[in-house]
Design a binder for this molecule. Sequence first.
Ligand code: ACO
Length: 325
Amino acid sequence: MKKIKIVETASYVPQKIVTNDELSQIMETSDEWISTRTGIKQRHISLGENTSDLCLHVAQELLEKSGWAPESLDLLLVATMSPDSYTPATAALVQGKLQAKNALAFDISAACSGFIYGLKVAEKFLQQGSTKRVMLIGGEVLSKVIDWSDRTSAVLFGDGAAGALLESKTSGDSDFLGASLHTFGEFGDKLEAGKTEAISTFPNLKEHYIRAFSMSGRDVYTFATHRVPESIEEAVSKAALTLDDIDYFVLHQANSRIVTQIAKKLAQPLTKFPLNIAEYGNTSAASVPLLLDELVTQGKIKRGVKIALSGFGGGLTVGTQVIKY
Ligand code: ACO
């Protein structure tokens, strides 16, 4: 079985920052409500840059850091719930602009678990056949998708992109130690974005219905605080480790209270659960790699450190990948 190495990480967020106080000037909310309920203080909002643009920045930085040529990529994956369009895939747009002409490119739709699902797809490709080099990016421009008239969800989200380069190797240990992924499609209506409806008459040239964001926050909260600890325990056990062996739990940044509850359920110290939600809000598929890249850049995550990467969200989905960085 081929081994997998995580080669580089990179991230990019749009320049424009919107604080809680600024939001409270356009909707019935307050910094106090948002901070205490979620831990969010601000978010980055894209003005003019679409999802593929954010991802392209990440892709270019990954190539620069690694010294890899674009044509050496075999697979380019973008995890997103806010693609530029139904088709072409955002990954295909990035592949084209990057001139990664040998890379197969497609998107992964698993909302905030997208990066973890992407790691699984990458692992499968790298373990078989001729795929040697994979670029995986989680990227979102949620500001174009969310319903800005709904204060219960609008205050939660931000834009950004981050990703990693993965490579197969024939010797040494694998950086991928164990995983747990589950989908609960029966709860699909708990979090929806960009929902379409079939036309009701034919021919019909006028009716184009796309619904913006809707979420049952309480249900997603309950789902996360139950399913994420289970997923982490399953992945850690598959990696033949104990929770105490894990140095960092890099969790999807949806709500700092969710992270605190998960730490409590796992009986692990909060210091092992880094947070950056205050600065970025919930960036969905970008959130886990954004935090991972931040910790690597700050020197907090060094080679050899064991990490549980875990995401949850629309689908509903949940996924954990245990890695040795
Ligand atoms: N500002 C001020 N007041 C607000 C706001 C706001 N932005 N939003 C809601 N309120 C009010 C409500 O109207 C309600 O008022 P009422 O009691 O008078 O009716 C009150 O605050 C409490 O509202 P709740 O919805 O009960 O607040 P709760 O404590 O449940 O927090 C939250 C809401 C933050 C959304 C929480 O449920 C949560 O974090 N859920 C998880 C969501 C999540 O993780 N989503 C991401 C999934 S990832 C993905 O796939 C994209």
